[in-house]
Design a binder for this molecule. Structure first.
Ligand SMILES: [Zn+2]
Ligand SMILES: [Zn+2]
Length: 191
């Protein structure tokens, strides 16, 4: 059908990791072309529409569909914005996620590692407000970041009405069985 994703768009979406079913589900919701992703706008919203979608796939899809909006600002830009209101707690040393090198005292979230030159901390997506940034907490709403792989679980708990501060704690304390059970609820929410 001419009004749905072009063959090329479908091919790209699948290359990004979407399944045939997920593409079909998007079409059913009225997402018929690359430009429709502009209304979805954020990884969060896409995960709310497709709760069983892998957050990494969602990020790749939006990166393609919204070349400018999804671009993560470069670390120095982030640092320039963040420096004035950050105080680095000396006891809370930051170690590079790539090479494990301890960062200097004047380290600011978003800085590149002084040892290997890569982003010392990953850019995280906030489960609560959808903003993204480096560090342990969302600069926009203050929520503590959860692991990217567990973003869908955090969204589930948010939908179920858990308060913002409670969600990261619940995920940290959950056993593997409890998490399996939560993934079950994520999948059922799709049906
Ligand atoms: Zn490093
Ligand atoms: Zn937030």
């Amino acid at each position: 059908m001419a009004t749905e994703f072009s063959l090329l768009e479908r091919t790209i979406l699948k290359a990004k990791g979407l399944t045939e079913e997920q593409v079909a589900a998007l079409i059913e919701m009225g997402v018929l072309a690359r430009t429709d992703f502009e209304q979805i706008g954020t990884v969060m919203t896409l995960l709310e529409l497709l709760p069983d979608l892998d957050p990494a796939v969602a990020a790749r899809v939006l990166e393609w569909a919204l070349p400018t909006a999804a671009t993560v600002p470069n670390p120095t830009e982030i640092a320039a914005v963040l420096v004035p209101n950050i105080s680095v707690d000396a006891s809370d040393a930051v170690y590079c996620t790539h090479c494990n090198h301890k960062q200097p005292k004047d380290y600011t979230p978003g800085d590149l590692c002084v040892n290997c030159g890569r982003q010392a901390e990953p850019i995280e997506q906030c489960f609560w407000c959808g903003a993204s940034g480096p560090g342990k907490r969302c600069r926009n709403c203050g929520a503590r970041f959860v692991r990217t792989a567990e973003l869908s679980l955090a969204l589930l708990l948010r939908r179920e009405g858990l308060p913002k501060d409670e969600i990261p704690r619940r995920l940290e304390e959950a056993t593997d069985e409890e998490k399996d059970e939560m993934w079950g609820r994520v999948r059922r929410a799709r049906l």
